[in-house]
Design a protein around this ligand. Structure first.
Ligand code: FAD
Ligand code: ZN
Length: 475
C-alpha cells in the first residue's frame, strides 16, 4: 500500500481534518516535553472513538505502518515520540475525552483515554468523591498516558500508583481488535491479568481507549506542613514518625533539597517559600488527610510535628493556615521540574531505593558526584514516602547545558543507576523506559524477566508495529 493510499484510508476513517501532515501541524506531536527527542511522523491521526482507533490500527497493520500512541505528550522518557524515519503514525487519543460514566454507589468512573487527569479529578470532586492520582503534569497528562506509564505522583504513599487505581480497561490490540474489559469489579480472578499487563506497557502492547477508575471518599479535612529538616536521615526519621502516628492519614510526604527551592524562587518569584531556602539543607512537604474534622486534623498534625521538633528530627515548621497557603506549598513542589526546565537541559534520574537505605545512598552518591563534577548542581527532590527520588544533575550556572548533558549523562547514569540497583533499588521508579532507558533495561533487568517480556511482546505484537524501539530494543 502506498503512503498516499494509507493516508487516504486513514482520512476516510477519522475525517480529513483529523489526519495532520503539515510540518506546522505535527510539530507539537513530534517532540517530547523535555525537547530531548524530535521525530518525523508520516502523519498524526486523531480518532474520535474506539471503533475509529480499531479501524486505524487495522489499516496500519495491513500497511505494516508502525504506530506511536500519544496522550498529553508529557512523558519524560521519550515514549510518545516517533522516530525520524518519516514512516510512523502518531496516534493521538486527545479527541477521546469523554467521561462515559460515574457511579457514586460503586465508586467507579469510566473515562476515555484522552481525558486529562485534572478533568477526571474534577469529575470525581463534583460527585463528592476523590480520584487521588496527582502529579505536576495533571493539567495535560491523560488517563491513557498515566495508565500506559503506570504513573505515580504525590499520592502513591496512601493510594498507590495508577495501576492500583484502575479496575478495568478497554483497549485495541495490535491487530485492531477491541478488548472490552471495563470492569467495575474489585475482584475478578478469571485467568491472566491482561489489565495489569497493559498498564505500564508504554504503548508497546496495545492502545488504551478507556479505563474504569476507582474513586475514594473526599477527606473531611486536609492539613499541609512545610518542615525544615537538618539532614536526610532525619527526614527519614520524620517519615517513620508521621507514618506511625497518622497511618492512612498521611497522604503526602515530599522531599525537596534547598537548591530546588532556590531554583523555583529564581524562575517563579511569585511563589514564596514558607521558610527561607537557606533555613535548612532539606525540606519536607507533609500532608495529612483526616476523615473527621478540621480540628481533629490540626490536633493530629500538631502532635506529630511537636514531637518531631522536640526530638530534633524537625527544625522550623510552617503549617498552612488556609487553602491558598497550602496550594502555594504544593505549587512550589510541583514547579521544581518546570524551574529545572527553565534553567536548562539537565540529566534526570528517577530512582527508587528502600527508604531505610536512602540517607546513606544519597550521602555516598552525592559525594562521588561532587568529586566527578564539583561545579554541577544536584537537584534532588521527590516522593520520599515511596522511596523514590528525582535525583537530577543540573549544569553549572552559566554553562552550556546541552554540552554538559552530552558529555556527562553517561557517567552520571552509570554512577547513580549502578548505585541504586546495588542498594536494592530501581533505575526507573516512575517515568518508565520509553526510548531513553532501553539500554539500561537491557543491562539491569533480570535476564529471565527480559526474555519473558520479549515473549509477551512477540505474542501480542508479532510484527512489532506498536511503538517499536520503546521499552525493548529490536532483536
Ligand atoms: P504521553 O507522554 O503522551 O505518553 C507516555 C507513554 O504512554 C508513551 O509511551 C505513549 O506511547 C504511551 N501512551 C500514551 N497514551 C496511550 C494510550 N492511550 N494507549 C497506549 N499507550 C499510550 N510521572 C509520574 O509518574 N509521576 C510524576 O510525579 C510526574 N510528574 C511530572 C511532572 C512534569 C512537570 C512532567 C512534564 C511530567 C511528569 N511525569 C510524572 C511524567 C508524565 O506526566 C507521566 O508519565 C504521564 O503519565 C504521561 O501521560 P501523557 O498522557 O502525557 O502520556
Ligand atoms: Zn515524580
Amino acid at each position: 500500500m502506498s503512503t498516499q493510499t494509507l493516508l487516504g484510508a486513514l482520512r476516510a476513517i477519522v475525517g480529513t481534518g483529523h489526519v495532520l501532515t503539515a510540518p506546522a501541524d505535527v510539530a507539537g506531536y513530534a517532540e517530547d516535553w523535555r525537547k530531548r527527542y524530535r521525530g518525523a511522523p508520516l502523519a498524526v491521526v486523531l480518532p474520535g472513538s474506539t471503533d475509529e482507533v480499531a479501524a486505524v490500527v487495522r489499516r496500519c497493520h495491513a500497511a505494516r505502518a508502525a504506530i506511536v500512541p500519544q496522550g498529553g505528550n508529557t512523558g519524560l522518557a521519550g515514549g510518545a515520540t516517533p522516530d525520524g524515519s518519516g514512516t510512523q503514525i502518531v496516534l493521538s487519543l486527545r479527541r477521546m475525552r469523554r467521561i462515559r460514566s460515574l457511579d457514586a454507589a460503586d465508586r467507579v468512573l469510566v473515562a476515555e483515554a484522552g481525558v486529562v487527569l485534572a478533568e477526571a479529578q474534577r469529575a470525581a470532586r463534583e460527585a463528592g468523591l476523590l480520584f487521588p492520582l496527582s502529579l505536576a503534569a495533571e493539567g495535560s497528562a491523560t488517563i491513557g498516558g498515566v495508565l500506559a506509564t503506570n504513573a505515580g505522583g504525590t499520592a502513591v504513599l496512601r493510594y498507590g500508583n495508577a495501576r492500583a487505581l484502575c479496575l478495568g480497561l478497554e483497549a485495541v490490540t495490535a491487530q485492531g481488535a477491541v478488548w472490552h474489559g471495563l470492569s467495575a469489579l474489585r475482584k475478578d480472578n478469571t485467568g491472566y491479568d491482561l489489565r495489569d499487563l497493559l498498564i505500564g506497557s508504554e504503548g508497546t502492547l496495545g492502545i488504551l481507549t478507556a479505563a474504569s477508575l476507582a474513586l475514594f471518599p473526599q477527606p473531611a479535612a486536609r492539613r499541609t506542613a512545610w518542615v525544615a529538616v537538618p539532614d536526610l536521615a532525619q527526614a527519614v526519621a520524620l517519615l517513620g514518625r508521621a507514618r506511625d502516628a497518622l497511618d492512612a492519614g498521611l497522604t503526602g510526604f515530599e522531599l525537596m533539597g534547598a537548591p530546588c527551592i532556590e531554583l523555583v524562587a529564581r524562575h517563579f518569584p511569585a511563589l514564596r517559600a514558607p521558610l527561607p531556602a537557606g533555613a535548612a539543607p532539606w525540606f519536607v512537604l507533609l500532608e495529612l488527610s483526616d476523615s473527621e474534622s478540621e480540628a481533629h486534623a490540626q490536633e493530629r498534625l500538631e502532635a506529630v510535628l511537636g514531637a518531631a521538633l522536640e526530638a530534633g528530627v524537625a527544625g522550623d515548621c510552617a503549617v498552612a493556615a488556609s487553602l491558598a497557603h497550602s496550594e502555594t506549598m504544593w505549587a512550589i513542589r510541583e514547579h521544581i521540574p518546570l524551574a529545572q526546565a527553565a534553567e536548562g537541559l539537565n540529566i534526570k534520574h528517577d530512582l527508587a531505593v528502600p527508604v531505610s537505605r536512602m540517607a546513606g545512598f544519597v550521602a555516598d552518591t552525592a559525594a562521588r558526584l561532587q568529586r566527578l563534577l564539583p561545579e554541577a548542581r544536584l537537584i534532588v527532590f521527590g516522593h520520599l514516602g515511596d522511596g523514590n527520588l528525582h535525583y537530577n544533575v543540573q549544569a553549572p550556572s552559566g554553562a552550556d547545558s546541552e554540552a554538559f548533558r552530552t558529555r556527562w549523562e553517561g557517567p552520571c547514569n552509570a554512577l547513580l543507576h549502578e548505585a541504586a540497583v546495588a542498594a536494592g533499588g530501581s533505575f526507573s521508579a516512575e517515568h518508565g523506559i520509553g526510548m531513553l532507558k532501553t539500554g539500561e533495561l537491557a543491562r539491569f533487568k533480570d535476564p529471565a524477566a527480559l526474555a519473558l517480556m520479549r515473549g509477551v511482546k512477540q505474542a501480542l505484537d508479532p510484527q512489532g508495529l506498536l511503538n517499536p524501539g520503546k521499552v525493548l530494543t529490536a532483536v
